[in-house]
Design a protein around this ligand. Sequence first.
Ligand code: FES
Length: 87
Amino acid sequence: MPKLINAETGEAKEIKEGSEIREVIEKLGVPFGCEEGICGTCMIDVLEGESNLSELTEQEKDLMRDKKHRLACQCKIKKGEVKFRIS
Ligand code: FES
């Protein structure tokens, strides 16, 4: 099963393949605001496994995000592990 890892705390949680990461990554400490890709509260730096996440959304492009700097409310996990830290 895919896994999200908070690089700062070392805490990890399994997550269902193909699912949005929002609910699980919130439990790992990432704060959320609008949940629609507008406010930027949920910014994360992806340290490893960026190719295991879904493609950038238009909202992320509008906020100048890239594959290593995502909005957690916009990401789904495809497979594997993703190691992140809060931006
Ligand atoms: S929670 Fe507002 S951009 Fe993700």
